[in-house]
Design a protein around this ligand. Structure first.
Ligand SMILES: [Zn+2]
Length: 250
């Protein structure tokens, strides 16, 4: 590729966030299937709805066309064609918080994330994120996100004494890797019951669509969800604001 030459690309992407930029432009953060995170400018997007239409809502799955120039940080976003748009389905506070939590996590991922696997996880979870049925998909997303990033500890055994803990439950700490037995627990550790560990192992084996056939009220896997979110927050080194919002949802 010649220096300075514009490279036009097309591919699947998920819209994460937008910000007003200059006069009538929008700055858009995207997660692309092949190239991971991308920031670009949608020119005149505030004024003209023609090229972008409703495609700039968070977590809209689009086929995007954009142009990149070497050494330029911002791409030029040319056109978005909507593949699916979760915000057009029925929403409530919990569903919006769950959708925005996924966007927030994707937006904070460090460079070098396994793009294709993360992308497929996000799309599969979004499909199941239905009104009144958000708790399992969002838990599934957080657990799998940790696993895909290599942050999920082995849950079946104590990291110190290697004892099998599948029927005892485990202790985890906000400051140390791995889970432990009761005897080896670190100061300030939190207990995760054996049932929660079993649910986690089921989520690692099953598909989100398959698990969505079961009933998952908010209280089910509550501790597991808290564990997965805290693990994400520890590795992302930030608080997930949408996780706090989700916790408040009825
Ligand atoms: Zn131990």
């Amino acid at each position: 590729m010649a220096e300075g030459r514009v490279m036009v690309r097309t591919g699947e992407a998920i819209v994460l966030r937008t910000w007003p930029f200059h006069e009538a432009d929008l700055l858009v953060s995207l997660f692309t299937r092949e190239h991971g995170r991308l920031k670009g400018v949608a020119r005149h997007a505030m004024r003209s709805r023609r090229r972008f239409g409703g495609a700039l809502e968070p977590m809209t799955h689009v086929r995007a066309t954009w142009a990149e120039r070497p050494k330029q940080e911002l791409a030029r976003l040319d056109a978005f064609e909507i593949v699916s748009s979760p915000m057009t389905a029925r929403i409530d506070y919990a569903r919006v918080a769950a959708i925005e939590l996924i966007a927030e996590v994707l937006d904070e991922l460090p460079e070098g994330a396994v793009e294709d696997a993360v992308f497929r996880l996000a799309v599969a979870v979004l499909t199941e994120l239905k009104l009144g049925r958000v708790w399992m998909p969002v838990t599934y997303f957080c657990l799998w996100m940790n696993r895909l990033m290599g942050w999920m500890p082995e849950l079946g055994a104590c990291v110190v004494c290697e004892r099998d803990l599948r029927s005892n439950g485990v202790w985890y700490s906000a400051t140390a890797d791995g889970v432990t037995c009761r005897d080896d627990r670190r100061p300030g550790s939190v207990f995760l019951a054996a049932e929660a560990v079993t649910e986690a192992l089921r989520m690692f084996r099953g598909t989100v669509a398959g698990l969505a056939e079961e009933d998952w009220p908010k209280a089910r896997a509550l501790e597991l969800r808290r564990f997965a979110i805290e693990l994400l927050e520890r590795h992302l080194e930030r608080r997930l604001m949408c996780a706090r919002a989700l916790t408040r949802a009825a």
